[in-house]
Design a protein around this ligand. Structure first.
Ligand SMILES: [Fe+2]
Length: 250
C-alpha cells in the first residue's frame, strides 16, 4: 500500500489515488510533486503550470454479489433449495454489502478482491474489513466448487497427487470428514495445495516444511482463507452453522 501524501496545495492529506478536493482530479505524480514544492497550503491557484489535468474518474464500482452458477435447488438432495437461497441471499450478500460500506472512499475500493484479502489479513492482525473481504472470496469460491451431478473420481494429475499425498481417495475423504467434524467453532475446511513460496508476506512460519508442495487438508478459523498463506485451494467446506442448520435444525 502506498503511504498517504500530504498535499501542500490543498492542505489535505491525500491517500494514494484519492481525489484532491481542490483540484477535483486524481493526484498524479507530477501534481504531487508540484504540491510538495508549493510553500503555502492556502494558495487559491497554482502559481506555475502543473501539467495536464487528469479527468475526474468515476468512483470505483462497488463489489457485486456474484451470481450463483446454478439454480437454488440444483444441489438437492445434498443441500436444500432453502439452505442455498438463505446462505447465498442473506449471508453471502451480507458480507458483500458490509464490505462495500466499509471500503467506500478508501484506496481499498480500487483493489481486486484477492489483493484486498491478502492485504487486510495484515500478517495475522486483520484490518476491520478482512472478515467481509475474506468471506466474500470464500463464498465465491465455495459455490464454484459444486455443481449438479458433480463429484466422481478425479483423474490425471489430481488423482496422482491424491494417491501420492493421502494414499487413496477414500483416505482423503476420511481426512476431510474428520477435519470438518472436529472444526472448533465457525470456520472452513479446505483441500489445498501447499505451495509455500518462501517470502510471501503473510507467512507466519517461513521455514520449509515436509508438507510443502503437497496437497493438504487444512482447517481455518472464522473467515480466514488459506490464500493468505499462499495455499492454493481446490475444495472448500463451509463449517459455519448457517451452511447447514436450515436442513438439520431440530
Ligand atoms: Fe457461509
Amino acid at each position: 500500500m502506498q503511504p498517504a501524501t500530504a498535499c501542500a496545495f490543498s492542505g489535505l492529506t491525500i491517500p494514494w489515488l484519492r481525489r484532491c478536493s481542490s483540484l477535483r482530479v486524481k493526484c498524479s505524480t507530477s501534481q504531487r510533486a508540484h504540491c510538495a514544492s508549493t510553500s503555502t497550503a492556502d494558495t487559491a491557484e497554482p502559481t506555475e503550470p502543473i501539467g495536464p489535468i487528469e479527468p475526474i474518474e468515476p468512483d470505483p464500482e462497488p463489489f457485486k454479489l456474484k451470481p450463483l452458477p446454478y439454480p437454488f435447488n440444483a444441489l438437492e438432495p445434498h443441500m436444500s433449495k432453502e439452505t442455498v437461497e438463505y446462505h447465498w441471499e442473506r449471508h453471502h450478500r451480507g458480507h458483500v454489502d458490509s464490505l462495500n460500506a466499509i471500503i467506500q472512499g478508501t484506496e481499498f475500493a480500487e483493489m481486486k478482491l484477492e489483493n484486498m484479502v491478502l492485504t487486510s489479513y495484515n500478517e495475522g492482525n486483520p484490518l476491520p474489513f478482512f472478515v467481509h473481504a475474506s468471506q466474500v472470496w470464500n463464498h465465491d469460491f465455495f459455490w464454484e466448487t459444486m455443481k449438479p451431478g458433480g463429484g466422481g473420481n478425479p483423474s490425471g494429475v489430481l488423482r496422482d497427487l491424491i494417491e501420492r499425498d493421502f494414499g487413496s481417495l477414500d483416505e482423503l475423504a476420511k481426512e476431510i470428514q474428520n477435519a470438518a467434524l472436529t472444526q472448533f467453532g465457525s470456520g472452513w475446511v479446505w483441500l489445498a495445495y501447499k505451495r509455500h513460496r518462501l517470502g510471501v508476506g503473510n507467512d507466519i512460519n517461513p521455514r520449509p516444511s515436509e508438507k510443502d508442495k503437497r496437497l493438504v487438508v487444512v482447517k481455518t478459523p472464522n473467515s480466514v482463507s488459506p490464500i493468505v498463506w499462499d495455499y492454493y485451494p481446490l475444495l472448500a467446506i463451509d463449517v459455519w452453522e448457517h451452511a447447514y442448520y436450515v436442513d438439520y435444525e431440530v
